[in-house]
Design a protein around this ligand. Structure first.
Ligand code: ADP
Ligand code: MG
Length: 604
């Protein structure tokens, strides 16, 4: 065999395999070109999910008639002025998209460059370009792609249904639209309008939130907190959903680097890390985060589709994201998402499908994670809430739960004044304009957990010696696991040591757990350690460890509370960050507005 250089048409078809995976990739490339051209309005039309026809029209700067033929040539670009791949300010830079699409389809471009007398048109079929001719066109550029993949029958076979391809195109456009709220976008499929987004004016955070709301839904806009942080020249902005607004998959996590939609493991991992404290591992937050980094700190030239990036300092990026998200979530205080009330109302009205009645959080409540039987054993022990008078001994703690209405106005407190405890489990409180139902166990568990975390961050968890050290008998490997982690557990306030092969002796416990059942706590922890990744330190699994401890230190469901105790719980929730959800992202309370309740009774 002799070696020969492949003709340009073949080279372009090979490149097309990487650049144009499916119709949506062509849509993405064309829309990116329109954005790079400074468009204020971008209109996309598809037929057959883009399989038979794609049209992208913009009102941007256009292409000069004498450059049309060049635009469809491989490695021809107007976007790299010098030769420096380290200074890329546009979405495109490789000069590969148009020639790749041309090589495998029938393509028409008509364009009128800014300031030009007229428009020009070019037609390319399977990589062979016509000469450009004058045409009629008002402003900007329209690119039409017919019969994508007709020239590559092998790829044609892998095309999915029109519906699936349309879904990918919608996703690609939505992602780009999130970065550019100032640009109007539309997408039609046949005669149907699928996307219609008006251009947003004004301040970036506000206009972006409007755009995000239009794409991710009203609920997101209502329940997202702004994120803004900067570290060593890297800047992170965006909006993050409250933990109680969570989903079964990560599909509503939109991440961008320098205006480029990316799917990056490092970034997804950082998001997971930031929410680890607030969500079960199978639940995922909704968010849109925009990372802007100096071009020297990132390599965007990793893959032809440009959806991957490489950071020079991955640790810095991760730290920035985790820190910024934690800070934002802390700022949300005790807020739980409004979807909680919607879900509750939906449950009251199962026949009503109009309300978003799908719960935004996972299944049953907190106790599931405690091994069977242990929770019951722990029931006897409760840590007192600080600043809370102990119930008079022997007195029935359930004093009817009706605090004197005189001793304060509900309007003074976001979570209201306690009115009653029902089923020994839920606290009912009246607020200025509604009703709050608190799951006392879930709420208290979270409060104890947050106290523990704060203590950890300050000067370590205070310990309390046991008068009589508790000897706990366990399986040998459970003992070994606890022994191996003894140093770390001591930092968390739990001091234990091996006691023969089949037991440990517990000498001290975290003081803020109060009078806890050390034996059942240690057994729970041993079970939990069995599931842990050996490589992770307990601090990295702090949420789980503290969660287990907190569970032992908290008010059990079933325990009666008197009015001052209930109000103390509500007041502490109000001042404790993250108290609106338990460690698994389920709400600790539900708030129903009077207006909602009136709706339930058909009064509105
Ligand atoms: P790249 O975007 O990497 O430069 P493309 O193959 O996507 O490569 O496009 C080649 C060139 O064609 C661009 O550099 C740009 O000058 C021009 N071009 C493509 N689409 C448009 C458009 N919608 N408006 C103006 N110019 C465009
Ligand atoms: Mg391009």
């Amino acid at each position: 065999m002799t070696i020969r250089v492949l003709p340009e048409i073949v080279v372009n078809r090979i490149a097309a395999g990487e650049v144009v995976e499916r119709p949506a990739s062509a849509v993405k490339e064309l829309v990116e070109n329109s954005i790079d051209a400074g468009a204020g309005r971008i209109e996309v039309a598809l037929r057959d999910g883009g399989r038979s026809f794609i049209s992208v029209a913009d009102d941007g700067g256009g292409i000069a008639g004498d450059e049309l033929a060049l635009a469809v040539r491989r490695h021809a670009t107007s976007k790299l002025a010098g030769d420096d791949l380290g200074a890329i300010a546009t979405l495109g830079f490789r000069g590969e998209a148009l020639p790749s699409i041309c090589a495998i389809s029938r393509l028409d471009i008509v364009s009128r460059a800014d300031g030009a007398d007229g428009a020009w048109r070019i037609h390319v079929e399977g990589g062979r370009a016509s000469t450009s001719r004058p045409a009629a066109h008002a402003k900007g550029t329209r690119v039409e792609v017919r019969d994508l993949f007709f020239a590559t029958p092998a790829r044609l076979k892998f095309m999915k249904t029109a519906r699936t391809e349309l879904g990918h195109a919608v996703d690609a456009i939505n992602r780009l639209a999130m970065v550019h709220p100032e640009i109007a976008f539309s997408l039609s499929e046949g005669t149907r309008t699928v996307i219609r987004l008006a251009g947003q004016q004004g301040e970036l955070f506000a206009s972006r939130l409007d755009r995000l709301g239009a794409i991710m839904g009203r609920e997101f806009a209502d329940n997202a907190i702004p994120v803004e942080a900067e570290r060593e020249g890297l800047r992170l902005t965006g909006h993050a959903g409250l933990p109680t607004l969570n989903q079964a998959n990560a599909s509503a996590q939109y991440l961008f680097v320098n205006g480029r939609p990316v799917r990056d493991k490092l970034l997804f991992g950082a998001v997971r890390g930031a929410y680890r404290d607030f969500l079960a591992s199978d639940r995922h937050p909704m968010l849109a985060l925009f990372l802007d980094v100096p071009s020297a700190a990132v390599d965007v030239n990793v893959h032809p589709a440009k959806t991957e990036v490489r950071f020079r300092d991955a640790g810095l990026v991760r730290g920035l994201i985790v820190g910024a998200l934690r800070h934002a979530l802390t700022g949300a205080g005790h807020r739980a998402s409004t979807t909680v009330a919607d879900a509750a109302l939906g449950a009251f009205r199962p026949e009503d499908t109009g309300v978003s009645s799908a719960p935004a959080y996972g299944g049953g409540h907190g106790r599931g994670r405690v091994p069977a039987g242990l929770a019951e054993r722990a029931d006897a022990f409760h840590a007192p809430l600080p600043g809370l008078q102990a119930p008079p001994s022997g007195a029935d703690a359930d004093s009817g739960g009706t605090p004197d209405a005189e001793d304060g106005s509900c309007a003074d407190y976001p979570l209201g004044l306690a009115r009653a405890q029902v089923h020994g489990t839920y606290v009912l409180a009246q607020t200025a304009d509604g009703l709050v139902i608190v799951d006392q166990h879930a709420a208290h568990e979270r409060l104890v957990y947050e106290r523990m975390k704060r203590a950890m961050e300050a000067d370590g968890v205070a310990r309390q010696g046991l008068l009589i050290p508790a000897v706990v008998e366990l399986e040998e490997d459970a003992c070994a696991r606890l022994g191996a982690r003894a140093g770390e557990l001591a930092e968390l306030g739990l001091v234990l040591e091996p006691f023969g092969p089949g037991a440990v002796v517990v000498r001290e416990v975290p003081a803020l757990l109060g009078e806890t059942d050390a034996a059942s706590l240690v057994r729970d922890l041993a079970d939990e350690l069995a599931e842990f990744d050996e490589a992770l330190s307990l601090k990295e699994r702090l949420a789980d460890v503290c969660g287990t401890m907190a569970c032992h230190g908290s008010v059990r469901a079933g325990r009666r509370l008197n009015a001052p105790e209930m109000n103390a719980l509500l007041r502490e929730m109000e001042v404790t960050p993250h108290s609106g959800q338990c460690n698994h992202g389920r709400p600790t309370y539900v708030e129903l507005k009077l207006a909602d309740i009136e709706k339930l009774f058909g009064r509105r």
